[in-house]
Design a protein around this ligand. Structure first.
Ligand code: BGC
Length: 385
């Protein structure tokens, strides 16, 4: 367990020698990784929220707060080594508490939509809050993104690590079973942000967790994401109806604007005359990832920004990924000195398929007691010329 302030997770010999002679570890020293903790504010009901800054040996920096186990900022270098924040978010707690667009948050108990907020499990019907038209979205009125988690920083050789825990009560937001969830962020020294989810339950319950970061690899939040280039390792996707619930079909991407098997400019087909694009005002679908076996850790997507050379590869053990182009961003509220306009950020949410509790042909999302849940996603950062 690391302390507050200049705690450190790993050193090189050089850094150790420096520490011995000066007795002080420079926060910006590129040879060491560390975690710092600070206060970020209070929720309206008076709960203190902390923010942790994780810095790896290469100088990459991730800030994670205990409200929503949320990634608040992530600094990564461009092709000339210039660090910039590449995830949308806010400088203070208030917009996270009063707004609803899930910037950087951990989503649960069920990421994405459940049709009519209803499902039946082992013969019992459950009703969830309908917070998105007729459906339940991202865990209901007060999902995991709006809860204060506890945090523990962990010493790890390959980069600073923060383990966040939340205990969701039996019946919370209509879901059965007390669920204990741990989300561990690690900013690895090989420039990957790893996010691991572990959960246990006291009763059978549907679960689906993701991270809802909006990426803008340019680091300039006044630019949209339409010029970025995306590859998605999927030859099928799950088309939706007008309320964005999957129809159950696994539709081939070939010959559609959903074919990202080869790296493609995001804006190239986003305004095509296509029913699916009309429903969501842009991309907002789940792609069925190509896997050698169901829980294999494999590449889901690669996103690159030709202007800055920044690249992120997303790898996951999950079967699906939601690619969403910020279609409901409307310029409010403003964050980090910018106004988040239409399509200023995009999400790559690794997940099980939306509405799985009502779709018997989709991979199961039911967690049972005695069977711990584990899921792992990593975002690997590099640059290209
Ligand atoms: C969903 C969108 C939704 C957005 C909210 C995404 O995960 O796919 O439909 O509007 O979250 O921020």
């Amino acid at each position: 367990m690391l302390g507050i302030g200049i705690s450190r997770a790993s050193f090189t010999g050089v850094a150790l020698a420096m520490l011995a002679t000066t007795g002080f570890a420079y926060a910006k020293d590129a040879t060491m990784s560390h975690i710092q903790k600070a206060q970020f504010g209070h929720t309206p009901d008076g709960k203190a929220v902390e923010i942790y800054t994780l810095t790896n040996k290469g100088g990459l920096e991730a800030r994670v707060m205990t409200y929503g186990a949320t990634l608040v900022s992530l600094k990564a270098p461009d092709r000339s080594g210039h660090l910039a924040d590449i995830v949308l978010g806010f400088d203070s707690l208030e917009p996270y508490v009063t707004g609803v667009p899930y910037y950087g948050a951990t989503i649960g108990r069920y990421a994405n939509r459940i049709a009519n907020g209803r499902f039946t499990l082992d013969g019992v019907s459950y009703q969830l809050p309908k917070n998105d038209g007729p459906n339940s979205l991202h865990g209901g009125d007060k999902g995991f993104d709006k809860r204060v988690w506890t945090a523990q920083s962990v010493e790890a050789k390959n980069g600073p690590e923060l383990k966040l825990t939340y205990v969701s009560a039996d019946g919370e937001e209509g879901y059965p079973g007390q669920l204990t969830i741990h989300v561990t962020y690690q900013l690895r020294n090989d420039n990957a942000l790893s996010i691991e989810y572990q959960a246990t339950t006291t009763k059978p319950t549907p679960v689906n967790f993701t991270n809802h970061s909006y990426f803008n690899l340019s680091g300039d939040f006044n630019r949209d994401i339409l010029h970025d280039v995306l590859m998605i390792n999927a030859d099928k996707f799950t088309p939706v109806n007008a309320t964005l619930i999957p129809t159950g079909e696994l539709r081939p991407v070939a010959g559609t604007p959903f074919d990202f098997r080869k790296p493609t400019v995001i804006g190239a087909r986003i305004n095509d005359d296509n029913e699916q694009l009309h429903y969501a005002h842009g991309y907002d679908d789940n792609w069925v990832l190509v896997k050698t076996h169901p829980n294999a850790m494999s590449t889901a997507a690669v996103l690159s920004d030709p202007e800055t050379g920044r690249v992120v590869e997303v790898r996951t053990t999950e079967p699906g990924i939601q690619f969403y182009t910020g279609n409901f961003q409307d310029g409010k509220p403003a964050g980090k000195g910018s106004v988040y306009k239409y399509r200023t950020g995009l999400t790559l949410e690794t997940q099980h398929f939306p509405d799985s509790p009502n779709q018997p042909s989709f991979p199961s999302t039911i967690l049972r007691s005695g069977h711990p849940f584990v899921s792992h996603t990593e975002f690997i950062f590099r640059t290209e010329k």
